[in-house]
Design a protein around this ligand. Structure first.
Ligand SMILES: [Zn+2]
Length: 226
């Protein structure tokens, strides 16, 4: 049954008292400071609370979410989150996480979305045009949209590399964080790590040669910077 408004407050009281019973100093510790190791950039979709899927606790994920997990180079909200995460919180991992069955992706694909959301998802429309032949080669519409969700995440990671915040970090010999591209399959609850076209990005000068090839798959995360 769908929750009522009052249920949220009641659930909160219950959750807080259970938490305190298990760990009496939990909230006093939590209130001291935040030192999250991860910045999560995700979709606003209500099915995308990454802390649930990754079993992470309050204090572990610093979060920015918007429709279709866009990394917009003119979004002062996003850029300030990124700057704070990198320069003050000094996160070790930046995760851009899209998902299959994304309403923003589907709306942009069909090109029928109006108003501000239409403006916001325009960059995805560009992706549809740029990858027209790859997308059209897939007969099944759901699978075509899955590919578009993946292409969108990779594009947003490329945008992330274009920000002066990440570029500035890359100029140091050890930036201190790694960037990951994920897509979450809501129908299974599983995260898929996407390969990034690092070689192509190096060739066009977006990232330096020293950046490791496949940070998501490297077990020794501390050994290399971005
Ligand atoms: Zn979405």
């Amino acid at each position: 049954m769908a929750k009522q408004y009052k249920d949220l407050i009641n659930n909160n009281r219950l959750w807080a008292s259970e938490k305190k019973e298990k760990e009496p100093d939990y909230f006093s510790r939590l209130s001291l400071a935040q030192r999250p190791p991860f910045l999560y950039i995700g979709c606003s979709d209500s099915r995308m609370p990454l802390d649930t899927y990754t079993n992470t606790e309050p204090g572990e994920l610093f979060v920015h979410r918007n429709i279709a997990n866009q990394v917009s180079l003119t979004d002062i909200n996003f850029l300030s989150v990124l700057e704070y995460a990198v320069n003050v919180l000094k996160v070790q991992h930046i995760i851009v996480c899209g998902h299959y069955h994304c309403g923003g992706i589907a709306a942009a694909y069909h090109g029928k979305v109006k108003g501000l959301v239409g403006n916001w998802t325009n960059p995805i429309r560009d992706l549809v045009l740029n990858y027209n032949s790859e997308l059209n080669a897939i007969e099944d519409l759901d699978k075509r949209l899955d590919l578009l969700s993946e292409l969108n995440v990779i594009q947003q990671v490329e945008n992330l590399y274009k920000t002066n915040i990440v570029q500035h970090a890359l100029q140091k010999c050890h930036a201190g964080f790694q960037i990951h591209a994920w897509v979450l399959d809501i129908s299974t609850g599983l995260i898929k790590e996407l390969e990034l076209p690092m070689e192509a990005w190096k060739n066009k000068g977006l990232i330096p040669e020293t950046v490791e090839e496949d940070p998501g798959k490297n077990e020794n995360h501390e050994a290399h910077g971005v």
